[in-house]
Design a protein around this ligand. Structure first.
Ligand SMILES: [Zn+2]
Ligand SMILES: [Zn+2]
Length: 402
């Protein structure tokens, strides 16, 4: 369909905080179209599965000229609705959300959610709902819904009215969900605060609870929460992107709330989590490093993730909490038979590799060599030394370091 020079009869500008899909749906409703898909197609934008992802991540002015003309807007005005890519080169998979750099996988414009009470107050779709971490509405203290109570189907953009499902059910009339306790709203409130989205009068002065999560950037918050969530669910991808790709909002809410609790009473709950994780890694037989009780063997992906996925300085508190757990509570026990390497050790004890020691002490290889040379760290070399990585360092030495 070609629509050069064509304008919608009824036009309005986007509202503050309105989502791209929501704005197009509102314009479709105003002009009596079945859904926003018609607008996209008339604007020269190919659209396979509804409004969905493509349009929200479109940051090309040229690609939006036709749509902007149809809607009677400047392209720059329309671009404010999309999630642009950050300018830095190292952010290839990131997008900008309310001015914050954030992982693409946490932005889900293709999985619309709504708060029935918010729609009742103002009939437009909020952009903040498109973040997977936003599972609740802090203003009304309830879960957002992503499935229609009328037809039980997932809410989609294939609808002609902002507040009404394709099945005809008006979400504003949905029975209110159970109110949530404050701690289940905290994550969402923090995202709102970071994004500068006001929820209600009394929330303006909201102070985040004492929890190290609330010192993180939005991107850091997503990384930390999805990292813990993916460990809890035994998902191999430590970035947690698969958690957000298919789950329903209520199940995501449960997953994220559980991850949030790991950061409460810092570091008590985190240490409990590490204790459980250690037990699981042992049982699952995911032992590495020849079966000796190394950190890698005991903690598996959480250990490696702390130095890869979460390598940024803002996660130092997680590494420090991990180190304090290792030094005070780690048993170093494994459930596998003792390996040849372990048999060759002169006496039983807890040992970690040189690489692990460097990570824990945050020192370079040269510094580690210096510590060993000066006798500050004792090294145990198994009789059958197969590789340099089998230089094992006594954990006791690390504990007794000043
Ligand atoms: Zn609400
Ligand atoms: Zn429905």
């Amino acid at each position: 369909m070609t629509t050069v020079g064509m304008h919608l009869l009824r036009r309005e500008t986007p509202l503050g905080g309105e989502s791209f899909g929501g704005y197009l749906t509102r314009m479709a409703q105003k002009n009596g179209y079945d859904s926003a898909v018609w607008l996209l197609s008339a604007g020269g934008i190919r659209c396979k599965h509804g409004v969905s992802t493509n349009i929200s991540f479109c940051d090309s002015a040229a690609g939006l000229v036709g749509l902007a003309s149809l809607l009677g807007l400047d392209v720059s005005e329309l671009l404010t609705l999309s999630y642009p890519r950050p300018t830095s080169k190292d952010a290839r998979t990131d997008y900008t959300f309310f001015g914050h750099r954030v992982q693409q996988y946490v932005l889900r414009p293709d999985r619309p959610k709504v708060c029935p009470a918010c729609l009742g107050e103002a009939a437009h779709s909020r952009r903040i709902w498109e973040c997977s971490l936003v599972t609740t509405c802090p203003r009304h203290g309830r879960l957002l819904i992503d499935h229609c109570p009328g037809c039980s189907r997932r809410i989609s953009w294939l609808r002609g009215k902002v507040c009404v499902c394709g099945c005809g059910y008006d979400w504003r009339e949905a029975a209110p969900a159970m109110p949530l306790p404050d701690k289940e709203l905290a994550l969402t409130k923090y995202v709102h605060q970071l994004c500068g989205v006001k929820t209600a009068g009394e929330e303006a002065n909201w102070q985040p609870p004492s929890n190290p999560l609330f010192t993180l950037s939005l991107r850091g918050l997503v990384s930390a929460v999805t990292f813990i969530a993916s460990q809890s669910r035994g998902i191999s991808c430590s970035t947690g992107r698969y958690i957000t790709s298919t789950a329903r909002n209520d199940s995501l809410h449960e997953t994220f709330s559980r991850a949030y609790r790991v950061f409460e009473d810092w570091p008590v709950r985190y240490h409990e989590f590490l204790g459980q994780h250690q037990a699981c890694a042992g049982k699952g037989g995911k032992l590495r490093s020849g079966g000796h009780p190394s950190l890698g063997a005991s903690f598996g992906r959480i250990y490696s993730g702390l130095y890869t996925t979460l390598e940024a300085p803002e996660f130092d508190f997680m590494r420090a909490g991990f180190a304090s757990y290792v030094f005070t509570q780690w048993t170093g026990q494994t459930t596998t038979p003792r390996s040849p390497v372990e048999h060759s050790l002169p006496h039983p004890g807890k040992y970690i590799t040189g690489t692990e020691t460097r990570h824990l002490l945050e020192v370079s290889g040269y510094h580690l060599a210096y510590l060993i040379e000066t006798g500050q760290l004792r090294v145990v070399t198994p009789r059958k030394k197969r590789s340099r990585s089998l230089n094992l360092i006594e954990v006791n030495d690390l504990v007794s370091r000043p």
